[in-house]
Design a protein around this ligand. Structure first.
Ligand code: ADP
Ligand code: MG
Length: 389
C-alpha cells in the first residue's frame, strides 16, 4: 500500500522525499445506535479497513489534496488563507474542514501541505469513511506541524466539529472517537455524556464480526437524521418539565416508564423509548461480553434492530431483508442494522463454521429479492489512527 501511495505522491508532486505515511481506520458500531447524541453509551470498534495517507509540508500556503479513490477530481487545490466549503472541492471538503477547525480552535498551521490518500472503506455505507478521513487529517496536521497539546480525544472532537460546522452534518461523537481511539481486538465502551470510556476485549471465541453492505443509501438519510435529533430534543424537553436531566441517556428504563406520560406526542415518545432502552441494552451487552456470554450479546443486538426498525424507524426494506435472513441461519448469534440507517450495512456475529453459509445464503436470496448483490466483509478489529512511519 505504501509504495502505491508514495509512487502516486512522487508522480503528482515531483518526488516523495520526506513524505510521511499514516493510517486511520473505519469503524463498526456493535450496539448503541442513535444514543451518542442522546448522552448515552455506544460500543463501536475500529476496523483494519481504513484510509491511508502520504503527506508533506510545503513552503507556501497551498494545500494539494488527491484521492486515489476519486481520481476524476484530480488534485484539489485550496489555500490556507481561504478555507471555506466549496462545492467543487467535493470530497476534499472533509480534510479542508479539519484544517479550518484547527485554525478555529487556535492551533497554528504554519504552511500548506501536499496529501495523497487511498482507502478501502466502502464510502457512504455507515462504516465512517468520513470520520476516518477527518481523523487522518488531524493526525497528519499534528504530526507535520508539531502540535503537541492535542490528545486523540481532542482530534476526535475537532473531526466532529469540522463535520458539524464545515460539512453541515450534525453527527454525534461516536464515529470520530472510535476511529481516533480504536484498539486492536477491543471495542470501546464510551459514555457520550462525559467521554469516559473503557476498552472491552472483543475476542469472540469461535465467531467473527461479519458486515453486510446492502449497497443502498436512501436519500432520506440526512433529513431523517436531523428529524430524529429534533424528535429526541422534543421528548427531552417534555421530560425536563419535571425531571432534572441533561439528556435521555440520563434515564433508566424504569425512570422513563414512570415519567413517559409527560411526552404527549406519539413520535417523540417512540424515539425516546428507543434512546433509553438502547442505552440500557448497550450497558447490558458489555456486561454480557465481559462475562463471555456472546449468546446474550447477540440477542441484545437483535433487540436493538427491532427497536431501530419499529420505534426509531431508521431501517428500510433492504436492511430488514438482510437481518431477517441472518436471524434464520443457525450459528448467527446476532444481527442488526449499524450506522445512521436507511441503507448502509448490517453487523452480525457469526460462528466460524457458519460464515460460508451466511454469505452464500444471504447473498443469493438478497440478489433474488432486491435485484443487486450485497457485499460481505469478515472483519478484524484494529488500532486507531496513527503515523505508520
Ligand atoms: P460514511 O462516513 O458512512 O462512509 P459519509 O457520507 O459520511 O459516509 O462519508 C463519505 C464521504 O467521505 C465520501 O462521499 C467522500 O466525500 C469522503 N471520503 C471518504 N473516504 C474517502 C476517500 N478514500 N477518498 C475520497 N473521499 C473520501
Ligand atoms: Mg460519515
Amino acid at each position: 500500500m505504501k509504495k502505491k501511495l508514495f509512487d502516486m505522491f512522487a508522480e503528482l508532486f515531483g518526488d516523495s522525499e520526506g513524505a510521511r505515511f499514516y493510517f486511520s481506520p473505519g469503524r463498526v458500531n456493535l450496539i448503541g445506535e442513535h444514543t451518542d447524541y442522546n448522552g448515552g453509551h455506544v460500543f463501536p470498534c475500529a476496523l483494519t479497513l481504513g484510509t491511508y495517507g502520504a503527506a508533506r509540508k510545503r513552503e507556501d500556503n497551498k494545500i494539494h489534496l488527491y484521492s486515489m479513490n476519486l481520481d476524476s477530481f484530480g488534485v484539489v487545490e485550496a489555500s490556507l488563507d481561504d478555507l471555506t466549503n466549496k462545492k467543487e472541492y467535493n470530497w476534499a471538503n472533509y480534510p479542508l474542514g479539519v484544517v479550518w477547525a484547527f485554525k478555529e480552535k487556535g492551533h497554528t498551521i504554519t504552511s500548506g501541505f501536499d496529501m495523497v490518500i487511498w482507502g478501502n472503506i466502502p464510502n457512504g455505507s455507515g462504516l465512517s469513511s468520513s470520520a476516518s478521513l477527518e481523523v487522518l487529517t488531524g493526525v497528519i496536521l499534528t504530526d507535520l506541524f508539531e502540535i503537541k497539546d492535542l490528545s486523540m480525544t481532542d482530534l476526535a472532537l475537532i473531526g466532529q466539529y469540522s463535520e458539524n460546522n464545515f460539512n453541515g452534518c450534525n453527527c454525534g461523537i461516536m464515529d470520530q472517537f472510535a476511529v481516533a481511539m480504536g484498539k486492536k481486538d477491543h471495542a470501546i465502551f464510551l459514555d457520550t455524556s462525559d467521554l469516559s470510556y473503557e476498552y472491552a476485549p472483543c475476542v469472540l471465541d469461535g465467531a467473527k464480526i461479519v458486515i453486510t453492505n446492502s449497497k443502498v443509501k436512501h436519500s432520506l438519510v440526512d433529513s431523517a437524521y436531523n428529524d430524529r435529533r429534533n424528535e429526541c430534543a422534543a421528548a427531552l424537553k417534555a421530560l425536563q418539565s419535571e425531571l432534572d436531566i441533561q439528556a435521555l441517556g440520563d434515564l433508566t428504563p424504569e425512570e422513563f416508564e414512570a415519567h413517559k406520560s409527560l411526552i404527549k406526542d406519539e413520535i417523540p415518545l417512540q424515539r425516546a423509548k428507543h434512546a433509553v432502552y438502547e442505552n440500557q441494552r448497550t450497558i447490558d451487552a458489555v456486561t454480557a461480553l465481559k462475562a463471555g456470554d456472546i449468546e446474550r450479546f447477540g440477542k441484545l443486538m437483535n433487540q436493538s434492530h427491532i427497536s431501530l426498525r419499529d420505534d426509531y424507524d431508521v431501517s428500510c426494506e433492504e436492511i430488514d431483508i438482510l437481518v431477517d435472513l441472518a436471524w434464520k441461519i443457525p450459528g448467527v448469534l446476532g444481527s442488526r442494522i449499524t450506522g445512521g440507517g436507511f441503507g448502509g450495512c448490517t453487523v452480525s456475529i457469526v460462528k466460524d463454521e457458519s460464515i460460508d453459509t451466511f454469505i452464500e445464503t444471504i447473498g443469493k436470496t438478497y440478489l433474488e429479492k432486491v435485484g443487486h448483490e450485497a457485499e460481505f466483509y469478515t472483519v478484524d478489529i484494529g488500532d486507531g489512527a496513527s503515523r505508520l512511519d
